[in-house]
Design a protein. Structure first.
Length: 184
C-alpha cells in the first residue's frame, strides 16, 4: 500500500462519517486481505486457525480504525494485529488439526502428488520452528517485506531483524536437512 494512499485513508477515517469509515475499511480489507491471510496461515500452520485469526484481526482493525493515528504504516499496524491474533488462536488450540493448504493447479496428477507432499513437509518443518523464527520468515521471506518494515512491525531494531533472519534461515535449513534424513 503506497504512503500517499495510507495518508488519505487516515484523513478519511478521522474526518469521515461512519459510512466513510466503513468504505475505508472495505478498501483496506481488499488491499491487505491476501497478504494478511497468508501471514496468519504461516503463523498458525493450518487453514482453520488462519481463518479464525484473520477474522479476529480484521474485526480488531475495524474496531480500532478510528483511533489509528498514522504514526506507522497502515499495513504495519494491520500486520501487528494479525500476528497477535494468530498467536492467540494458536494458543487456544494446543493440538491444531493440520489441514493441507488450498490445492494448487498443476500440469499432471504426478506433479500434484509430489508438490502436495513437499508442501506438507515444508508446513511440518515451519510449524516446528520457534514462534520468533516463524514470524521473521513469514514477514521477510514469505511476505517480502524489507528489514526496515519487519523491524517496524515487530518493534525491534533493524540489526535484530538481520540477525533473526539469519538464525531463522539456519534453523529452517537444519530442520529441512533433518527431514530429508528421515528425522522428525
Amino acid at each position: 500500500m503506497a504512503a500517499p494512499l495510507e495518508a488519505e485513508f487516515v484523513r478519511r477515517v478521522q474526518a469521515g462519517s461512519p459510512e466513510e469509515r466503513k468504505a475505508v475499511f472495505g478498501e483496506i480489507y481488499e488491499s491487505l486481505r491476501e497478504r494478511t491471510f497468508a501471514l496468519c496461515f504461516h503463523l498458525t500452520g493450518n487453514s482453520a486457525d488462519a481463518e479464525d485469526a484473520f477474522q479476529e484481526a480484521f474485526l480488531a482493525v475495524y474496531r480500532g480504525l478510528r483511533g489509528f493515528q498514522g504514526l506507522s504504516k497502515l499495513s504495519t499496524w494491520v500486520y501487528r494485529i494479525a500476528i497477535r491474533a494468530a498467536f492467540r488462536v494458536k494458543s487456544r488450540r494446543r493440538t491444531s488439526p493440520r489441514l493441507p493448504p488450498s490445492p494448487m493447479t498443476v500440469a499432471s496428477a504426478a506433479d500434484s502428488v509430489i508438490r502436495n507432499e513437499e508442501t506438507k513437509k515444508l508446513s511440518r518443518v515451519l510449524a516446528a520452528l520457534s514462534a520468533d523464527h516463524r514470524v521473521i520468515l513469514s514477514l521477510f521471506a514469505l511476505q517480502g517485506l524489507s528489514h526496515h518494515e519487519v523491524a517496524e512491525i515487530l518493534g525491534i531494531p533493524v540489526g535484530t531483524v538481520w540477525s533473526r533472519v539469519h538464525l531463522a534461515r539456519k534453523s529452517l535449513a537444519s530442520a529441512l536437512e533433518k527431514s530429508r534424513d528421515g528425522g522428525p
